[in-house]
Design a protein around this ligand. Sequence first.
Ligand SMILES: NC(=O)c1ccc[n+]([C@@H]2O[C@H](COP(=O)([O-])OP(=O)(O)OC[C@H]3O[C@@H](n4cnc5c(N)ncnc54)[C@H](O)[C@@H]3O)[C@@H](O)[C@H]2O)c1
Length: 250
Amino acid sequence: MQVLQNRIALVTGSGQGIGQAIALAYAQEAATVVVADLNEKAADQTLAQIRAAGGEGMRLVVDVSDMAAIDRMVSAVVQHYGRVDILVNNAGIHVAKPFLEVTEELYDRLLTTNLKSQFFVMQAVARDMVRRGDGGKIINMSSVSAEIADPGASVYCMGKGGTQMLTRSAALELACHNIQVNAIAPGTIKTKLTPWYDTEDAVEYCRKFVPMGRFAHPAEVAGAAVYLASDQAGYVTGATIVVDGGLMIQ
Ligand SMILES: NC(=O)c1ccc[n+]([C@@H]2O[C@H](COP(=O)([O-])OP(=O)(O)OC[C@H]3O[C@@H](n4cnc5c(N)ncnc54)[C@H](O)[C@@H]3O)[C@@H](O)[C@H]2O)c1
């Protein structure tokens, strides 16, 4: 059974990595997928993979750190498909910098791309969901870094901590509109965001500190995103699914 039939899903940052895996998994579950990414070529490739597998969708080139671009993106989806049933707020960046060296420019860039964008994409989509009156599902990409402080990643960790509280706050206010807002907190997932996982040291770190002893594939995060977008998760809101091979239970 395909669990997302007749749903319109908007997935930001779906040109590669976790977002791409979610876009492909949603298409496999028969959702129509809007692939939204800053990188046009990457977005085209995801859409081509969706279509090659018999799925449907469109792609939008968007910078989610730009407020006007957020409005254009949501308007374009609503104009084209009439609504958004599922939003995955996934686009994000990571820049490592020791706390004492963080500049205002880096601080603003990281928090604007990773947190402010999630707030306002969610607001634009939720306003439309409320107007239509038949609910919706919103999934924000958090991280184990919301709970575990990483050296050299103070601003990234702050942003993900913000995602957690944003998720709970929005879930509380939107529950009466039947809009569910949840988060996913991935652990060590091998993508282009994390090139340092390609080193022997990182493999050793995983063996030592991740109970399951390995990195995860983006598709293993996509499974949680399918569940949260489906009717199976009909009474789940304000929650975070941790996908970390056991890292955080220690
Ligand atoms: N990889 C991990 O280990 C890991 C762990 C925890 C959380 N996460 C989170 O998962 C999400 C996806 O990460 P990933 O590992 O797949 O990264 P990635 O770098 O592989 O993919 C991120 C995608 O987002 C797009 N993007 C970046 N800035 C954008 C912007 N301003 N507007 C639109 N698109 C933009 C990129 O072009 C890219 O396609 C991020 O929010 C990240 O913080 C990743």
